[in-house]
Design a protein. Structure first.
Length: 313
């Protein structure tokens, strides 16, 4: 049974995962650059380190929950690892890990990057599971994530207790890395398009003079509803764009989608339009806001007033 684990990246998703593992009785190491988060995690009973190179060699599993492939490469292989060779540097987590350890790549990355990680780590006797996650911060904190996973059967076996603890559903999608990230890429295509469509619909409804609260009530009980509409629109109604998943995340994820489509010579009119909307939001200074802030792009273009935050009593 896996007993000692590390979580690198204690953002909204990674912190929830680390807390879930702690509650389940794992000896859990948390790694992040944010000193306050590290102090809070240590107070909660975890072990805090500020560099991946400080993670104990005898960890059974290391979960990498960072923003993109560049960060993942730095965490796993070290800050100075080459783009192609992925050399092991002593500030990367893989430099010290014992053979047989499983590295779980939980970030949304290009499928080819996941495959290269697996091949490079295999040379050092370390397993790599391609395990991008979905469900948001709330599901991470509840241990109810959906995981799109692929990798060697032995890696699944070694990481089974971790996966069972943090996930409600683990989709086993193949025996080699890359498949999980490909499935996640398609999920992000849909998620980005649905968020963009929800923002467009709400903004257009407001332009037409509809009451936004009533519009939300009607659509969530009608065929036009989507999970993203139901989940994101309340943030627009509250005028609260505190980031749960930031605009910049979808700029990055939809770029992965478009790059893969270009390699496959596949047209993506819907995803391309959504990508442009998120890019516009970033260019307007909203990259770190919640992804529902793309509604502000429509508000700017059409001269409408979105709902404002309620004043505190």
């Amino acid at each position: 049974m896996t007993k000692k684990v590390a979580v690198v990246g204690l953002g909204s998703m990674g912190l929830g995962i680390a807390q879930t593992l702690l509650r389940a009785g794992f000896e859990t190491i948390g790694c992040d650059l944010n000193e306050q988060i590290l102090r809070d995690f240590a107070t909660a009973g975890g072990i805090s380190v500020s560099s991946p190179g400080e993670i104990d060699a005898d960890c059974d599993a290391v979960l990498v929950v960072v923003v993109n492939d560049e960060q993942a490469k730095s965490v796993i292989f070290g800050q100075d690892s080459g783009d192609i060779e992925l050399l092991l540097e002593d500030d990367g987590v893989a430099y010290n890990l014992d053979p047989g350890t499983v590295v779980l790549g939980c970030s949304t990355v290009p499928p080819d990057f996941a495959r290269r990680c697996a091949l490079r780590l295999e040379e050092h006797g370390i397993f790599y599971l391609d395990t991008p996650i979905s469900g948001g911060a709330a599901k991470a904190a509840e241990g109810q994530l959906s995981i799109m996973a692929s990798g060697a059967p032995e890696a699944f076996e070694r990481a089974a207790t971790v996966l069972d603890t943090i996930a409600e559903t683990v989709h086993r999608l193949g025996d080699s890395a890359g498949a999980g990230s490909t499935f996640k890429m398609i999920n992000q295509l849909l998620a980005g398009v649905h968020i963009a469509a929800a923002s467009e619909a709400m903004s257009f409804g407001i332009k037409c003079g509809l009451d936004p609260q009533k519009l939300y009530q009607v659509i969530t009980h009608s065929a036009g509803c989507s999970w993203m509409f139901e989940n994101r629109v309340p943030r627009i109604l509250d005028g609260d764009y505190t980031p749960h998943s930031a605009v910049d995340i979808f700029v990055k994820d939809l770029h992965i989608v478009q790059e893969k489509a270009a390699n496959e010579h596949f047209p993506l009119p819907m995803a391309t339009a959504a990508s442009q909307l998120f890019t516009m939001a970033t260019s307007m200074g909203m990259g770190r806001l919640d992804d529902s802030a793309v509604a502000k792009v429509y508000a700017s273009m059409s001269n409408i007033a979105l709902p404002q935050p309620k004043e505190a009593d």
